[in-house]
Design a protein around this ligand. Sequence first.
Ligand code: PGA
Length: 250
Amino acid sequence: MARKALIAANWKMYKTPAEAKAFVDAFLPLVAGHTRDEIALFPSPVLLPTVVEAAKGSNVAVGAQNIHFAEEGAYTGETSIGQLKAVGGTHTLIGHSERRQYFAETDEIVNKKLLAALKHGVVPIVCVGEVLEERESGNTANVLKTQVTGAFADITPEMAKPIVIAYEPVWAIGTGKTATPEMAAEAHRMIRAEVAKLLGAEIAEGMRILYGGSVKPDNATALIGQEEIDGALVGGASLKPDSFEKIVKY
Ligand code: PGA
């Protein structure tokens, strides 16, 4: 079954509204008419209205890097899914390794966020991946299994269709080290097998699994060209329009 690739830009805590608008204004003409892949930008919450407005009517979707699972309430510093939708955001990252590492996000929290995103019709990109120690001690398969199982608690096959997974080996994020295409494909197969156990072969076959971790214009083709790899989640190399364009057009 052909899975349409998704190429996603994770801008992390970079760009002002003026810089974000300048990016979108420069980027849209570069990818106008590009329908082979889906494209999505993930800016900081304060940039969302600007980026949504600038990308309106284009082939570029906009989402959040993080959302809270509650509908609303006394959660200082957080953003609800309702707020994201109200400004035109359609996607959200969930459980990025930086959220797990610096903001103590657990698989249980990831699961709550995933359930909330699905309930509200926001496309979730659930991030999983092992740290270097776990890879070197031969624990990658176990870690991925635990993360996928934890994230997917109470998810039924009927609910699961919109879910996208991003496999991001933590040792490859922002380090310039990438998993080789074969390594990434192997991890993707493990993840897909886990999803098949939980939700059945058909859902697993249709689920997009992106690769993230030092994706650059010069390695994008080899990575996304793997049959198992259904797109990319790009950090550093997504900050400049021409660099991200090259990855989109891998
Ligand atoms: P990177 O980040 O491309 O800069 O390694 C990827 C990510 O954290 O999603």
